[in-house]
Each structure stands twice: as structure tokens, then as C-alpha cells.
Design a protein around this ligand. Structure first.
Ligand code: ADP
Ligand code: MG
Length: 476
């Protein structure tokens, strides 16, 4: 790879390396590939570059095309699951007994169902993540690591990263490679789905409420989305759980008002982890779910993104149930699945435990958590499963085949990280969006691919927790 040859020379020349890296950071800053700092997450006085790779990483174009082609089917699948209470109940039965967070989400789902609120508009902004599993002799298989249905990131300020990467290739004299780095147009397209839901809600003065975190490192990314909305004359407001608790009310038609403003869409950029909630914010979540506002995601769509649902989908006949007369769609989706195994109580779960203990390095043990840093690998699997062997708490987890991704060479740029040429692996993500209105899907899009890259020695991933960095595919 031409980029790798260049990097190998660059790393031997500290002066050239430093000046090249400085140039990359400047380009990131002036293209707005920026975020707030972890020291001052609630202030924009000082900002920094978003962690990124010095060069774009080579990725087979065919893999990206395959992931893009299956995305609209994943959208449809998530939508169907979110409305199928029988399936969710069955799939999550063991999990809700073992995992308090899933149980609380499921409790809200149940309550909304019993109360019979029928919001006719549904909106989802999601992202399906993949790694390329090495098949030997240059072959690979596109394998899904997970699908995210709440607070999905990797668009916004990073949309300009391809421009930064193209410049770094130009600066390195790798002109031919620049042609193989495509622009990202993710923010306008993700925001268009928000706008569509707002239009369908049909109240010109109603706002889109961004439900935001306490530490607002990614506020500038939200601003990119807000910018698209305001340009369309769609007002957006930002509130934390605690502010919504104080300011929100429902009128007799269950319209949601916050601070006197009617809310057309609640857009969750927070609320995906147990520690995002106090008792009061659970009440607030329920209040918002009950309201007529469109929820992105609604509680059923949130649950559709759990790891347990992912595992349940891999069971024989389950995809067929969602796509009864579409064997080619089933095949396309199933083709991206790697081995997924239940840890529910019973002989099948016992077998999973035995299999994992016999060969821990071949698997990943996953709880129902998001945001990176929660999964177990290798000896940690042995430790956890030895403890939980015959305990019903083991149903809080699923087991998954460990994907062995291809590796490359690249330099990761993150504040405080010493410069070195590293063996890295990447994870492809495909952003998806859909809107359903009165039972009809009115928007269903594979928005675009994104890439995140990490040191190969790192097991788990995630940009916000400081493991992965943002990257751009260099199509090969
Ligand atoms: P989260 O919801 O916390 O992001 P993920 O399922 O995406 O959880 O896993 C986090 C990270 O762990 C991934 O980004 C990837 O680096 C690694 N990982 C997840 N599943 C696998 C797998 N099956 N094989 C190898 N690595 C995996
Ligand atoms: Mg996730």
C-alpha cells in the first residue's frame, strides 16, 4: 500500500513526521473536525481536533457496497421488531430478569403498549457496525458486530474528515489515492429524516428537542445537525434530563411541552446507559414516551438494538418470520451474522458456557450495554462465566464469535498519545435512517459509510471512550 510505504519512511524522520502531523491537525481544525476538550466539556472556549488517523485506511470497496446494500433491510427489520411485542417479550424474557436496565426499558415499553398510545410517526437514526473477518488468502467476510439504535454518532463534524484525508494524501504526493476517498454527506441526510418527522407532525412552531448529556463534549456535532434544521426553519432546543423534568408537561391531548414550547420530536443523544438515569429521569423518559411527540428512538426501537435481540435474530427461522416471502433479503441479512449464542438458562445456555470456557479466545462476551468498554475477552470471559455458570444472572449476557479483522499500518492522532506507527484494525459503520407514517415507510435510507480504527491490541472499541479514532475508507 502506497500510504504504508510513505508512513514507514515518515516515522524514521522525526522532523518531517512532526511537521506532517501538525499539518494534519491544522487541516482538521480548519475543516471543523473538532470537539470540546475533556477538561472543559461544557465550554467552547477551547476546542481540539477529533481523534483521527493520519491517513485514510484502505478498505475493500465491495465490503462497503455490501454493507450499504443491506442497510435498508436492517432499517426495515428494526422497524418490524420495534412493533412486535410478542417477539421482544420472548427474546428478552431471561434478560429482563437478569439485567435491571433492560428490565426498566422493557417496563416502559409494556406500559406504553397497555396505555395504547398510537403515535403514527416513527423515526430511527441508526448505525450498523461491521468488521471484516479474515477468511485467509485475501478473502474476508463482512460480519456485523452490532446495530445501534439510540444516540448514534459518527456524523456531524466528522463529515469533513475525507477532505482532511484527501489533503494529507496530496501533501504526501499520493495523488492517485485521493480519487479513492469519497466525500461524506451524512449530516444532511440524517437531519433530513429528523426534518421529515417534524414535517409530518405538522406544527410549524413545534421544536425538535435534543436530549443531551451532562458532559457535552460532542455538542459541536449536534450543532451541525441543528444547522441543517434551522436552515429549513425547524427550531431546535437542547435540554438535559433534569431540565426536561422541571420544564415538561403533557396537555390533555398528550402533546409534549417543554418550557412552553410544543415538542414535535424528541431526539435522544443520551439515555443509552444505566448511569445516564436517575429515578427522576426514568420518570421523564416515561413522560416523553407517553407523549404525542415523535421519539428518536421510541422505546421499542431502543430495545430492538439490544445485544440480546441481535442474538435472538440469529436463531433458525426468526428472520424468516420478519421477512416471510423474501428469502433473498433473509440471505443478505444473515450473511452478515457471525455465530451468536444464548446464555439463557437451559441446556442451550449450558452448552454456550462450556464452549466459551473451552475456547475463550474465540469469543466475545457481551452484556446489554452501549458506548464501548463493556465487553469481555479471553481470560475475563473465563472469570465471569465461572462465576455465573449456573446463575440466572448469566442471561444478562450473550456470547458471540470473535471476529479476526484484517490489520494495516497507520498513525493514530489523539491528544496526549505519542506518535508511533501502529498495527491497526478498523470497524466499518453504515448510518441508516427511516421514517414510518400511518403504517407506511415513507423514508428508508442507507445514508453512508463511516470508519473507526484502533490499535490491534485493543479488544474493545469506541471513539468517545478513547480507544478508536475516526477514519475514512480509502477504497481498494
Ligand atoms: P458497544 O455497544 O459497547 O459499542 P459493541 O458490540 O460495538 O459494543 O462492541 C464494542 C467493540 O468491541 C467493537 O467496537 C469492537 O471493537 C469489539 N467487538 C465487538 N464485537 C466483536 C466481535 N464479535 N469480534 C471482535 N471484536 C468485537
Ligand atoms: Mg453499541
Amino acid at each position: 500500500m502506497a500510504t504504508e510505504v510513505f508512513l514507514q519512511q515518515l516515522i524514521t524522520n522525526p522532523d518531517k513526521l512532526n511537521s506532517f502531523v501538525d499539518e494534519a491537525k491544522d487541516w482538521a481544525l480548519h475543516h471543523g473536525v473538532i470537539q470540546r476538550t475533556c477538561e472543559t466539556p461544557n465550554s467552547s472556549e477551547v476546542v481540539t481536533y477529533i481523534p483521527f488517523t493520519l491517513f485514510p485506511t484502505p478498505v475493500p470497496e465491495a465490503a462497503i457496497l455490501q454493507a450499504m446494500a443491506v442497510q435498508t433491510h436492517f432499517n426495515t427489520l428494526v422497524d418490524k421488531i420495534s412493533q412486535d411485542s410478542g417477539f421482544l417479550e420472548e427474546a428478552l424474557a431471561g434478560t429482563v430478569q437478569a439485567d435491571d436496565f433492560t428490565a426498566r426499558l422493557f417496563g416502559i415499553y409494556r406500559q406504553i403498549e397497555q396505555e395504547g398510545l398510537k403515535q403514527s410517526i416513527t423515526l430511527s437514526l441508526n448505525r450498523s457496525d461491521y468488521m471484516l473477518d479474515e477468511g485467509g488468502r485475501g478473502t474476508y467476510f463482512l460480519k456485523q458486530t452490532e446495530i445501534n439504535t439510540i444516540a448514534v454518532g459518527s456524523f456531524g463534524t466528522t463529515d469533513s474528515l475525507p477532505a482532511v484525508h484527501r489533503h494529507m494524501l496530496e501533501s504526501a504526493g499520493l495523488w492517485e489515492e485521493t480519487e479513492r476517498v469519497k466525500d461524506a454527506n451524512n449530516t444532511p441526510r440524517m437531519s433530513a429524516a429528523l426534518a421529515k418527522a417534524w414535517e409530518l407532525y405538522g406544527q410549524q412552531k413545534a421544536v425538535i428537542l435534543f436530549l443531551v448529556e451532562e458532559l457535552q463534549i460532542s455538542q459541536l456535532t449536534h450543532r451541525c445537525i441543528e444547522r441543517v434544521l434551522w436552515k429549513r426553519k425547524i427550531p431546535a432546543i437542547r435540554r438535559k434530563f433534569e431540565e426536561v423534568s422541571r420544564q415538561a408537561s403533557l396537555d390533555s391531548d398528550k402533546r409534549l411541552f417543554v418550557d412552553g414550547l410544543e415538542v414535535a420530536v424528541v431526539y435522544y443523544r443520551y439515555g443509552y446507559m444505566p448511569d445516564n438515569y436517575t429515578e427522576e429521569s426514568w420518570d421523564t423518559r416515561l413522560l416523553m414516551e407517553r407523549s404525542l411527540a415523535v421519539k428518536c428512538p421510541d422505546i421499542g426501537t431502543h430495545l430492538a438494538g439490544t445485544k440480546k435481540v441481535q442474538q435472538a435474530l440469529s436463531q433458525p427461522g426468526v428472520l424468516e418470520r420478519f421477512f416471510p416471502n423474501q428469502p433473498q433479503v433473509v440471505e443478505q441479512i444473515r450473511g452478515t451474522f457471525t455465530g451468536l449464542y444464548t446464555l439463557d438458562m437451559g441446556p442451550e445456555g449450558d452448552q454456550t458456557v462450556a464452549m466459551a470456557l473451552a475456547n475463550p479466545d474465540k469469543f466475545v462476551l457481551k452484556p446489554q450495554r452501549e458506548g464501548g468498554g463493556n465487553n469481555y475477552f479471553g481470560e475475563d470471559i473465563v472469570r465471569v462465566l465461572t462465576e455465573l455458570k449456573n446463575d440466572k444472572m448469566r442471561a444478562a449476557y450473550i456470547l458471540m464469535d470473535r471476529i479476526q479483522p484484517r490489520t494495516q499500518q497507520n498513525i493514530l492522532l489523539r491528544r496526549g498519545l505519542p506518535l508511533s506507527l501502529n498495527t491497526v484494525s478498523y470497524e466499518i459503520g453504515v448510518l441508516g435512517a427511516y421514517v414510518r407514517h400511518d403504517g407506511e415507510i415513507v423514508l428508508n435510507e442507507a445514508v453512508g459509510p463511516i470508519l473507526r480504527t484502533k490499535h490491534v491490541e485493543q479488544n474493545d472499541g469506541g471513539v468517545s471512550n478513547g480507544v478508536s479514532v475516526c477514519d475514512t475508507p480509502l477504497l481498494i
